[in-house]
Every structure is written in structure tokens, then in C-alpha cells.
Ligand binder design. Sequence first.
Ligand SMILES: [Zn+2]
Ligand SMILES: [Zn+2]
Length: 406
Amino acid sequence: MLSTRLSEAETAVLHDTYRHLHRTPELSMQEHRTAEFIERRLDELGIEHFRCGGTGVVGILRNGDGPIVAFRADTDGLPIAEDTGAEYASTATGTLPDGTVVPVMHGCGHDTHVAAALGAVAAIVGQPEAWSGTIIWLFQPGEETAAGAAAMVADGLWDRVPRPEVVLGQHVIPFVPAGSAGIAVGDAMAMADSLRVTVFGRQSHGSQPQDSIDPIVIGAHMVTRLQTIVSRELPPQSPAVVTCGTFHAGLKENIIPDRAEFTLNIRTLSEETRGRVLAAVTRIVKAEADAAGAPRPSIEELYRFPLLHNDPGHSARVGAALRAELGEDGVMTIPPAMGSEDFGWLAQAIGVPNVYWVFGAYSPEADPDAKPRAMNHSPFFLPEIEPTLGTGVRAAIAAIGAYVAV
Ligand SMILES: [Zn+2]
Ligand SMILES: [Zn+2]
């Protein structure tokens, strides 16, 4: 039986690790210092490791014959100016691919994932008699841009480690109380497609619309009509989201510009629905341009995330282990989320199942009228250090233990 209890000294290291990571976040695929930090900790624990996918780190912990499992922790921060007021708040900056220097924050809580994984590694290393097998620790960069899992796979991840029977992963999330976990059986998180649409018009003086093809009016019609895909074209039983998150055009009120540009974020839970939504986007964008006599607009794919599907049998196994650890009331079954993750690429690449669960960030509010606390990606997102981190470690050890404990 693998113990999930941390000593006082191990807990102190866990908290220091978390505060250090929280102070020093890095942007997606630029996690150089974070990777070096993880490598140092794995060296201290005597665990073999290698770089994979640029700033990804893979640790291999072997302890005789037995099951092989992989556990993934994502490592990247976000371009957000932290406003939590925490003593360990980030003051880091980073450079976006377009050269813009931005503040960086662990606004999605991936620092809790890395700290909890390193805490679990240390705890498991200390009790070799309690388990046997091989644990592959995947410290994955670039989750927020859907680049990291694909980069690790493309860098030969699965040729360099023994093939696991399951890939496990977890995420800190405010909608589950701190100290608790949540797990979805079957579909867990949506597919996501991000697109950039460029509308081409004809520039003219603002006083002479007859000489123009106005891309702002055309783009506005496109955005409005795209709202009818979910409301008018899909069956109500097929969840989907079509969000227009940016719209940029023009420099001055008395110039009709020659182009407008907007971006779309699309979430779906099945390939069939995804295909219908993408086809409808193409049809509407082209037709609105045609209706205005405008040149053919361009639609460019920015990135996509896979469906995250929790294998039912393995979810039941991990769910039982989490319940044994956190109590029957400490683990809830949750519906699929319309958020997205690139975690699914890792297991899909070798055709093995994966299981992904969430753990809480905030204790239940004593005051029922208190304002809801900040979600992931907010500048105010700040998980309680405990019981959040301790729960992350316990959940990781319990889930891994469901396979390797003796
Ligand atoms: Zn995120
Ligand atoms: Zn995240």
C-alpha cells in the first residue's frame, strides 16, 4: 500500500516548490527555467530523465517488474498581469511570438500541477517496498497553446520510454471544493478549434461609401449570423460553442478600411458536430462576403485541441482509488466540460486509454452571499495552498497506486 502522507519536511518542500514556481512562470513553449528546476529536483531524487519537445521533461522511475503508467503535469503560465496581492505573486515577463513583452502569471494553476507531481515523486521514491513497476513522469510544456503534447509526441516521446497501459493527469479547478476531486466518465473535455477570419473590402473616404466595400459591416453580419449555427442549425442535444473573441478593423472613424479580422473559438463534443459547425462557418463567411460583393475572405486555422475522453473502465478504477483516499463525499462525478486540453494527444498517439480528473482550489465559503472566487485564467486566481496542494499530491499517488501499489 503506497502511503500518501507527507512528512512535515516534505510538506515544507512542497510549499516552497509551489511558491517558487508561482513567482517564476514562463509562457508556453518557453519554460526553460521551469524545465531546469524540474531536472534539478529529479536529479536530487536520483531519477533518470531526458528533455523532450523542447522544454518538456520526462522522468522515468523504475522499481522492478510490474505495471507501467504515465502521469502528466503541464508546466506553462499565461500572459496575464497577476493581481492577487499574494506575497509570492509573479512579477515575471515573457515575450510573445510576435515580439510583444507581456506580464506572465500561473493563471491556470499549472504550478500546482508541477509541485504536486514533484511531491508525489518524492513520496513514492521514499517507499520502494510499497510498489513495483515503472512510472513515467511527463512534465509537459505548452498546454495553453495546444503545442506541448504534440511537440513531445513528435520528439519521439513514446519511442524513448516503456509503453504505459494508461496516461493519468489532473487539473486544479475552482468549481470543486478544495480537498475534493471530480472525475468525468467518458467524454471529459471538448474539442476546440480556433480560426482567424480575414474579411477583404475596398478602402475609401468615410464620406464616400459608394466607393467602398465595407469590411466592418460585412464582418459584423458574419459574427451575428455565426450565432445562428448553435441556435438554429444544431440539435439542442448536441452541445457546441461558437465564440468570436476578437474583432479588429480600421484606424480612424472617417476611413472605411480595406479589411477586418476576427477570431473564432469553437467547442464541440463529437466529430460529427465539429464537422457541421466548421462547414457552417465556412458557408456563412463566404456567403456574407458574396452578399456584399466582397472578395473571397480567408479562414485560417490557428490551433486545435482534441477531445478528452476518459476511458470508462480506467475512470472507474481511478475514481475508486480517489474515493478511498478522499472519502466518498470527496469525489464527485462531473459532466463533460466545454473547456479543452491537449492531454488527449499523449495517449491517443499510442492508442492507450487516459484518465483525467480535477481537484479543488478553494474551501467552501462560510458566507453564502460571498462573491464567487476567481476562475482559472483570471488575474485574481489564487488557489489556497492547503488543502489544495496536499490534495493534488494525495490524488496523484492514489491514482498511480491504483496500478502499481503492492
Ligand atoms: Zn488554462
Ligand atoms: Zn490549465
